[in-house]
Design a protein around this ligand. Structure first.
Ligand code: CAA
Length: 257
């Protein structure tokens, strides 16, 4: 498939998607979201891929949904098209996705980063939900995911004032997993992604599914769900191999089975 708004590469067991609309600071138009989904469909289907990385440029991960594409839309068009359903699919993927964020991650850009499983940020990253400055509100999950990530007070602060927070504040608030110097961003993210891709894929998928459950169910239900999946892994080759390798002081050879 010939992509026009993203670059798609495979690096070992890692699938890399780079947003590529530099002239618009990677503003997320319908084509770009559709292309991300096509790339993710391919990586999800490919048994050789164990982790996916989503990144932008040094100046912008993404400066939001494409305002120029949206500005003339009517209420019925917006309601009936339900364009954000395409965005939701990005957050429903099974394989782990790491967001490598440098520069602006604003509005839909921040929401896209939050749909990934965790964020590694460059020290120049800036996060925000400035939709209120445009007379709207976040529309791709920002009010919900940001609140779960940083708590009510800071989510209200960011969504109501529309201000940006820098990488240090985002890390303190728990939005990003870690900050690295801009020059090291892709090296560090690829190290993390390679490490994830080297695990047993069933375990990695179950970690993702179980951690995400914490946002949907009560503690008791979540722990029950975790226990069921934990037990199920004892039906796999990789559990036997992982524990034998530990006892024998060697590296495990996982088979994803
Ligand atoms: N949509 C469309 N085009 C955008 C864009 C966006 N979200 N963000 C930037 N661009 C375009 C600019 O229009 C400009 O294009 P031209 O050269 O053709 O004029 C180009 O990208 C470069 O941008 P700037 O000249 O503005 O760059 P800057 O460095 O001066 O400022 C910025 C950077 C502060 C990020 C500024 O571009 C900005 O404020 N962007 C909009 C941020 C925003 O409001 N995002 C929320 C969008 S709504 C949304 O996302 C809804 C949702 O919940 C899904």
């Amino acid at each position: 498939m010939a992509y026009e708004t993203i670059l798609v590469e495979t690096k070992g067991k890692v699938g890399l998607v780079t947003l590529n609309r530099p002239q618009a600071l990677n503003a997320l138009n319908g084509q770009l979201i559709a292309e991300i989904n096509t790339a993710l469909d391919g990586f999800e289907r490919d048994p050789a891929i164990g982790c996916i990385v989503l990144t932008g440029s040094e100046k912008a991960f993404a400066a939001g949904a494409d305002i120029k594409e949206m500005q003339d839309r009517t209420y019925p068009e917006t309601y009936l098209d339900d364009k954000f359903a395409d965005w939701d699919r990005i957050g429903q993927r099974r394989k782990p996705i790491v967001a490598a964020v440098a520069g602006f991650a604003l509005g839909g850009g921040c929401e896209l980063a939050m749909m990934c499983d965790f964020i590694i940020a460059a020290d120049n990253a800036k996060f925000g939900q400035p939709e209120i400055n445009l007379g709207v509100i976040p529309g791709a999950g920002g009010t919900q995911r940001l609140t779960r990530a940083v708590g009510k007070s800071k989510a209200m602060d960011l969504c109501l004032t529309g201000r940006m927070m820098d990488a240090a504040e985002a890390e303190r608030a728990g939005l990003v997993a870690r900050i690295v110097p801009l020059a090291d961003l892709m090296t560090e993210v690829m190290k993390a992604a390679d490490a994830i891709a080297a695990k047993s894929l069933p375990s990695a998928l179950m970690v993702k599914e179980t951690v995400n459950r914490a946002f949907e169910v009560t503690l008791a239900e979540g722990v029950r769900f975790e226990r069921r999946l934990f037990s199920s892994l004892f039906a796999t080759h990789d559990q036997k191999e992982g524990m034998a390798a530990f006892a024998e002081k060697r590296k495990p050879a996982f088979k994803n089975s």
